[in-house]
Write a protein that binds this ligand. Structure first.
Ligand code: SAH
Ligand code: SF4
Length: 389
């Protein structure tokens, strides 16, 4: 199909030079991308067709350069390149663990940095653990990210950007139909995904689209500390797997470990799990339980955990506590973890103990923290102006 400006471009189309900043197309689902192409000046039908083509280039081929999009006419490519920015965030540090885990420190903007972690699994499967916020507001006492104030929510483009960068690094373009290295996505990096739900949902739509990165919603898990009112919307719209960071079986202890429990206590949280759209025996909810020596790891607590989860299609994931500098807890002994797991297993739950991955590069659960600090808007603006005078 050739590029026919007379048909495709509306008369109101503004030349890119009249616009102050270039728009991005990354992080837009198909509908949003079509709307952006309409704003750029394409008429309705061509905008829809071009958006399908560009979506495939961006997310199936992994291309971020209009000049390589060979099914668009040259003039159109040039105009699009002037108007839209397709640049990815930047990996500023990459660490590879002895166990193959890769940790990426990513800069999204000056002073806005977060981490994502690739965890190779058995065979050629693997999970990419992505961040949804820089920092976190929730201050769980065992979590390193929780000791960093919230800097800001990540945009959908920045969440999807983490997957694009990991795919670049693992040389995984175009999207392979078989033998992939990134087979699963887990929202278990920095931040609380349900406090950034609109952006997380858009990112999930893009990541799961069959014409692009094509990771099915059943292979995407969103982990939450228990933001109860956002759980049903996640299930209805995101249709992903759910993981709950439970970590305690009494409100008294959970109030301390996961302070958001004061707002949404255990009974309410479990009720929301019972009602989670799409949960079934085939699609179980994962309950994460961090093993803290002498705090939450007794036999009595294992039995209470089993009792609490009765009637919920559940898996239990015991996570050995990963220490960080100055952390106020210790990890339970292996003997204790095994005894705890045995009680849970006997009750019929599969309860794999999650082997800590990438501890040597501080990439394990709860060890992520960036140097980013919350800055005043004026400070950030000044920095940005210095970079882009
Ligand atoms: N905010 C979300 C997702 C990010 S945390 C949530 O809390 O669920 C991802 C998982 O790592 C959570 O289960 C969290 O409780 C766990 N975690 C946090 N700090 C940890 C640590 N130091 N050791 C082991 N697991 C930790
Ligand atoms: Fe935030 Fe999750 Fe860490 Fe709690 S465990 S502070 S919710 S990132």
């Amino acid at each position: 199909m050739g590029y026919k400006p007379a048909m495709e471009i509306d008369l109101q189309h503004k030349p890119a030079s009249q616009l102050s900043a270039r728009h991005t197309l990354l992080g837009k689902d198909r509908l949003q991308m079509t709307a952006s192409l309409r704003e750029f000046g394409l008429a309705e039908k061509p905008a829809k067709m071009r958006s399908n083509q560009i979506f495939r280039w961006l997310y199936h081929q992994g291309i971020n350069d209009f000049s390589l999009m060979t099914n668009l006419a040259k003039d159109l490519r040039n105009d699009l390149a002037e108007y839209f920015d397709l640049s990815r965030p930047e990996i500023i540090e990459k660490l590879v663990s002895t166990d193959g885990t890769r940790k990426y420190l990513i800069r999204f903007a000056p002073g806005v940095e977060a981490e994502s972690v690739f965890i190779p699994g058995v065979g050629r499967s693997g999970a990419l653990c992505v961040s949804s916020q820089v920092g976190c507001t929730l201050n769980c006492t065992f979590c390193h990210t929780g000791s960093q104030a919230l800097v800001r929510n990540l945009t959908a483009a920045e969440i999807v950007g983490q997957v694009l960068l990991a795919r670049d690094d693992l040389d995984e373009w175009p999207t392979p139909s078989a033998g992939r290295r990134i087979t699963n996505i887990v929202f278990m990096g920095m931040g609380e995904p349900l406090l950034n739900l609109p952006n997380v949902l858009t990112a999930i739509d893009i990541l799961s689209d069959n014409e692009g990165i094509s990771i099915s919603r059943r292979r995407i898990t969103v982990s939450t500390s228990g933001i109860v009112p956002q759980m049903a919307p996640l299930g209805d719209q995101g249709k992903t797997m759910l993981a709950i960071s439970l970590h305690a079986v009494t409100d008294a202890l959970r109030n301390e470990l996961v302070p958001i429990n004061r707002r949404y206590p255990i009974a309410e949280l479990l009720q929301a799990c019972r009602q989670y759209p799409g949960a079934s025996n085939a699609r179980r909810i994962t309950f994460e339980y961090v093993m803290l020596k002498g705090i939450n790891d007794s036999d009595a607590e294992a039995k209470e955990l089993v009792r609490l989860l009765a009637g919920i299609p559940a898996k239990i994931n015991l996570i050995p506590f990963n220490p960080w500098p100055g952390s106020p807890y210790e990890c339970s002994s292996w003997q204790r973890i095994e005894a705890f797991a045995e009680i849970v297993n006997k009750a019929g739950y599969s309860s794999p103990v999650r082997t800590p991955r990438g501890r040597d590069i501080f990439a394990a659960c709860g060890q992520l923290k960036s140097e980013s600090v919350k800055k005043r808007a004026s400070e950030r603006l000044r920095e940005q102006q210095q970079l882009n005078p």
